[in-house]
Design a protein around this ligand. Structure first.
Ligand code: ZN
Length: 480
C-alpha cells in the first residue's frame, strides 16, 4: 500500500492507504480502493478532486455496473471449480489469493439461507463483500455467486434478484427417506405404477462405460422411483421457471438425505432428468460414508473410491460435474476426487473460512478466544439442535489446561473443531442486557486488524485442499 494525501475544496485533507492492485485508470482519472483508517472506501478522482464512497450496497452496484469483472458470472463449465463460503464477509481476499495463480475458478459468494439468518446478513451483503474483494484485488478472471441450498421458489427469486449467477437446488424436502428399510408390500403401498418407467428400468442394465454396467431389479427400480419421484417433478418445475431461459449455473443437490445415493439411483435421477430435457451443470449425490463439517471423511475409503468412480462415470456420460459438499478437511478423499473425476469437479467448502477466522483469534487474541470458547462450550447442547454434529462434549479438552501459546492446538481436536464450526450463529449474535453484542464487534475489529494474517491462513489452508485435489490429476481440459 502507498499513502496519498487528498485535498478537495471545503474539506480537510484525507490521508489514504491505497490498495495498489485495485487501481483502475482512465486518462488522468482513477478509481481505487483505499484504507481510510476506520475502514475501506472507494475513491473516484476527477480533475484533481476526489469523491469518496463507503462500501455500501450502492457502491457495490456502481462497481458491478462500471467494472464488469466485479460482477459474478457462470463458472461451472470450467473443469475445476471451488465454492468458498464467506460467512463473515472478510474471507474473499484469501479466497482470491488461493486461486488467482491456479486453474481453479472460484465461487466467492456462497451462502445458505441458514447461514445468512444465523449471521444476520443478506444475499446483498454476501455478494457485495465478494464484489469489493474482487475490485480490491483486481481479480479479472470469472467468478461465481451461488445461492446455496435453495429449497423454495421465493428463496430462488430472492437470490436471483440480487444478481446471483448460480442456483444450488436442494431437493431434500422432496426425497423420501427410510425406503430401503420397507417391506415389499410397504414399498408397493407408496409406489405409483408407471408402465413406461417399468419398461425402461425394471430388470434392465445400462452400460455407463465399457467397464461399468448398472442394473435394476424390480425392487431397486421401485425404490428409486419412490425416493426420487417427487424430487424429479420439483426439479423439472424449477428448471422451467428459473433456468431454462436464464443464463445461470445450475446445480442439483440430492445430498441432504439420510441414506447414501447408490450409483444406480444416481443414474436413475440423471437419466430421468435427461429424458425430461432438464439441463444442469453439477449434481451433488450423497456419497457413502460421512461428510461432516470441519473434520476429515469418516468411512470406508475403499468403498468410497469404488462408488465415487461410478458416480464420476455417470456424471461424465451425461456431461455434468459432480459437486462435493462439505469438502473442507476431507484430506483423505480429496486425491481420489481429483483423480477419478479426471479433474472435473465442483467442491464446496463453507465453514472452513470461519474456522480459520477463529484460529486467527486463538493465535492473535487469546483472551478473547478463551471467552468465545467457554461461551460456545456452555451452549453446545443448544447448538446441536441447529447442526448435525457428532462430537461429544466430553471429548472437548479443558481450556484452562492450555497456555495462550498452546491454544491453536485445540483445533487439532475434532470435537473442538465441530463445536466452533457449528457455533458461529450464537457467537456472532449474542448480546448483553443492553442489546450490545458480546463478541461480534470485538471479533470483527480483531479480524480487521489481523487481516493480512487471516489471508495467509486461508491461502495455506485452502491451498492444502487444492494441492490434495491436484495431487493425482494429469492431462486436463475444460468441458466443451
Ligand atoms: Zn449439501
Amino acid at each position: 500500500m502507498s499513502k496519498f494525501m487528498f485535498y478537495t475544496a471545503g474539506e480537510k485533507a484525507m490521508e489514504l492507504d491505497i490498495y495498489q492492485s485495485s487501481i483502475q485508470v482512465f486518462g488522468n482519472d482513477m478509481v481505487f480502493m483505499a484504507d481510510a483508517g476506520y475502514g475501506d472506501v472507494i475513491v473516484i478522482t476527477s480533475n484533481g478532486s476526489y469523491r469518496k464512497m463507503e462500501l455500501c450496497h450502492e457502491t457495490a452496484m456502481y462497481l458491478r455496473k462500471n467494472f464488469p469483472f466485479t460482477a459474478p458470472g457462470r463458472v461451472l463449465r470450467i473443469a475445476k471449480t471451488i465454492g468458498m463460503g464467506d460467512r463473515l464477509g472478510i474471507a474473499s481476499d484469501g479466497h482470491i489469493a488461493c486461486v488467482e495463480n491456479s486453474d481453479y475458478a472460484p465461487v466467492l459468494a456462497q451462502q445458505s439461507i441458514r447461514e445468512l439468518t444465523l449471521t444476520g446478513r443478506s444475499y446483498e451483503d454476501a455478494l457485495d463483500a465478494a464484489t469489493f474483494a474482487v475490485f480490491k484485488n483486481g481479480y479479472k478472471k470469472p467468478w461465481g455467486a451461488d445461492g446455496g441450498h435453495l429449497k423454495k421458489p421465493e428463496e430462488i427469486e430472492r437470490a436471483l434478484s440480487c444478481g446471483f449467477t448460480m442456483l444450488t437446488l436442494d431437493c431434500s424436502d422432496y426425497i423420501k427417506s427410510g425406503i430401503e428399510r420397507l417391506s415389499d408390500a410397504e414399498l408397493d403401498g407408496l409406489y405409483t405404477p408407471s408402465p413406461e418407467l417399468e419398461s425402461i428400468y425394471a430388470g434392465k442394465s445400462f452400460e455407463i462405460r465399457p467397464d461399468i454396467t448398472l442394473s435394476f431389479d424390480a425392487r431397486s427400480y421401485k425404490e428409486a422411483a419412490v425416493i426420487y419421484g417427487a424430487a424429479l417433478d420439483f426439479i423439472e418445475d424449477m428448471y422451467a421457471l428459473y433456468i431454462q431461459n436464464g443464463n445461470r449455473d445450475f446445480e442439483i443437490s440430492i445430498d441432504e438425505t439420510s441414506a447414501p445415493t447408490t450409483p444406480a439411483q444416481h443414474f436413475f435421477v440423471a437419466n430421468e432428468l435427461a429424458r425430461r430435457g432438464v439441463k444442469f451443470d453439477a449434481l451433488a449425490p450423497r456419497f457413502c460414508g460421512e461428510f461432516r463439517a470441519g473434520i476429515d471423511y469418516i468411512g470406508d475409503l475403499k468403498k468410497f473410491e469404488a462408488e465415487f468412480a461410478v458416480h464420476a462415470a455417470i456424471a461424465a456420460k451425461f456431461d455434468y460435474k459432480l459437486s462435493i459438499h462439505c469438502g473442507s478437511e476431507k484430506f483423505s478423499v480429496l486425491p481420489m476426487i481429483g483423480k477419478l473425476s479426471k479433474g472435473r469437479f465442483h467442491i464446496k467448502t463453507s465453514g472452513t473460512s470461519w474456522l480459520e477466522a477463529m484460529k486467527l483469534i486463538a493465535k492473535c487474541e487469546p483472551e478473547l478466544y478463551r471467552e468465545v470458547h467457554a461461551f460456545a462450550l456452555g451452549h453446545f447442547e443448544e447448538t446441536k439442535k441447529y447442526y448435525d454434529v457428532s462430537a461429544n462434549i466430553s471429548s472437548i479438552p479443558v481450556l484452562s489446561e492450555y497456555s495462550n501459546e498452546q491454544l491453536l492446538q485445540l483445533f487439532d481436536n475434532n470435537a473442538v473443531r465441530q463445536m466452533i464450526h457449528a457455533s458461529y450463529g450464537l457467537i456472532l449474535s449474542v448480546t448483553d442486557d443492553n442489546g450490545t453484542y458480546i463478541f461480534r464487534d470485538r471479533l470483527y475489529a480483531a479480524w480487521r486488524m489481523h487481516r493480512e494474517e487471516y489471508k495467509k491462513l486461508l491461502t495455506e489452508h485452502i491451498g492444502r485442499h487444492i494441492a490434495k485435489l491436484d495431487s493425482q490429476i494429469s492431462g486436463l481440459r475444460d468441458l466443451p
